[in-house]
Design a protein around this ligand. Structure first.
Ligand SMILES: [Cu+2]
Length: 170
């Protein structure tokens, strides 16, 4: 009986460790297709009536030749553009990257606030906190990838709350 109890306890511990691992992975939501890894694709909630949303992620090219993110698409918006935000004369402005976004061999390029980003244009409805937005990334030099943007709160509080001490490296 003792053995049985110990075994049950072990199983319970095992389950909670597994659950912890799963939730960490869900939060980190990393996608890999061949030599390309997309880490933590995320977006922000949009207020009703605002026609544009954003898409951020880190794209790693683990291959030996350069690739280019040439376009992206989501059923939630009529168009997705690849943009770069830059400071010009003290003002933040953005421009579309008509040639796409190059990810050199062996490098990671981050799409993040005030830098490269995806612009979800003509949204069909607001993006809501907690949603997952399907997104297809098209590359030159690599296969297309389907990922999901997790819509995270503006202040990042959900991430802090769910990301306990043990996930601080994320
Ligand atoms: Cu933009």
């Amino acid at each position: 009986m003792k053995t049985f109890t110990a075994l049950a306890a072990n199983i319970l511990v095992g389950f909670s460790i597994l659950a912890g691992t799963l939730s960490t992975n869900a939060l980190a939501n990393e996608y890999t297709e061949g030599k390309v890894t997309v880490d933590h694709p995320w977006s922000r909630p949009t207020p009703p009536g605002v026609p544009m949303g954003v898409g951020y992620m880190a794209i790693t090219n683990g291959g030996g030749s350069d690739i280019t993110l040439t376009s992206a698409a989501t059923p939630r918006a009529e168009n997705v553009s690849i943009h770069e935000s830059t400071m010009k004369d003290g003002n933040m402005s953005m421009r579309p990257l008509k040639e796409g976004l190059a990810i050199p061999a062996g490098k990671t390029v981050e799409l993040k606030p005030h830098s490269y980003h995806l612009m979800l244009e003509k949204l069909k409805g607001p993006l809501k906190e907690g949603e997952s937005i399907p997104l297809t990334l098209t590359f030159e030099g690599a296969a297309d990838m389907d990922v999901e943007l997790s819509v995270e709160p503006l202040d990042g509080s959900m991430q802090k709350k769910d990301n306990g001490m043990d996930h601080s490296g994320h």
